[in-house]
Write a protein that binds this ligand. Structure first.
Ligand code: SAM
Length: 253
């Protein structure tokens, strides 16, 4: 399993593995995470999430896994759109999960969505468990991207779909310049004004820049063993939805 340059992008310069630093950073920003998401994306993130969840419509999944569930935005939206019997959300930040659990309770979805502490790179479930897996803005934070993708593949049922939502780098010259200015200067500064961790938003920019997007990410999915890989670029290339399936073994039936 090869290490990718993005695996080494950490939130802080000090001690600690990427995983430790990422969970510490999200613990810190958790109370204002949802507000900052809506504010910095002008609400577009909800459109991206809805689009990604609709990828599962035809599959009618019964048990979904939301890896890096954070404050459970995807899990809650998926419960409403897809009505699966169960959604399991895992995350390495207890601070994010705490906010997510409160939201689930408020929405009366406690019987459907269960959140627990868990690492997407060593998923605590047996092989072939889930009918579908989603990861929104999570894979960019993995310490070992390929290991995480392998683990996800392991817990998917044959034929199940993985849907990933992640930032990508716009290529249209004017859009690219504006995006770089917004992500590199405006967003960290706004975060500072809102008393948020400026470093967290600098990390967002650096990790998004280093992340293998579009065809590169699709090639990693293929290499990991997924089939039917596909990506859809959104909002002039700022974001991408990726879809991939666990192959059904030829002698399975
Ligand atoms: N999916 C949520 C959303 O769409 O708002 C949260 C996204 S947030 C940008 C990234 C989340 O990934 C954080 O909550 C972080 O703790 C989590 N995370 C990072 N690495 C992880 C890992 N290896 N396993 C599980 N969660 C992880």
């Amino acid at each position: 399993m090869s290490k990718l340059p993005h695996d080494d992008i950490k939130p802080f310069t000090g001690e600690g593995s990427k995983k430790e630093q990422v969970s510490e950073m999200f613990d810190r920003i958790a109370p204002r995470y949802d507000f900052m998401n809506r504010f910095l994306s002008v609400g577009i993130d909800r459109i991206w999430r809805r689009k990604a969840i609709r990828f599962f419509k035809k599959d009618k999944p019964i048990h979904l896994l939301d890896v890096a569930t954070g404050t459970a935005d995807m899990a809650i939206m998926a419960a409403k759109i897809l009505s699966p019997a169960k959604i399991t959300g895992i995350d390495i930040s207890e601070g994010m999960l705490k906010i997510g659990r409160k939201k689930i309770e408020k929405e009366n979805l406690g019987t459907k969505i269960v959140l627990s502490g868990g690492d997407g790179e060593t998923i605590n479930f047996p092989p072939d468990t889930f009918d579908g897996v989603m990861v929104a803005f999570g894979v960019r934070n993995f310490e070992h991207l390929e290991k995480g993708l392998q683990e996800i593949l392991r817990v998917m049922k044959p034929g199940a779909q993985l849907v990933v939502v992640e930032f990508s780098k716009p290529r249209i010259p004017g859009v690219k310049g504006l995006y770089n200015f917004y992500m590199g200067v405006v967003a960290p500064q706004l975060a500072k004004w809102f008393n948020q961790n400026k470093k967290a938003y600098q990390y967002l920019n650096e990790s998004a820049k280093a992340f293998p997007d579009r065809r590169h990410f699709v090639s990693i999915l293929n290499k990991t063993g997924y089939s039917n890989t596909y990506y859809q670029s959104l909002s002039l290339g700022i974001c991408c939805i990726y879809s991939a399936r666990k192959p059904v073994a030829p002698n399975a039936y």
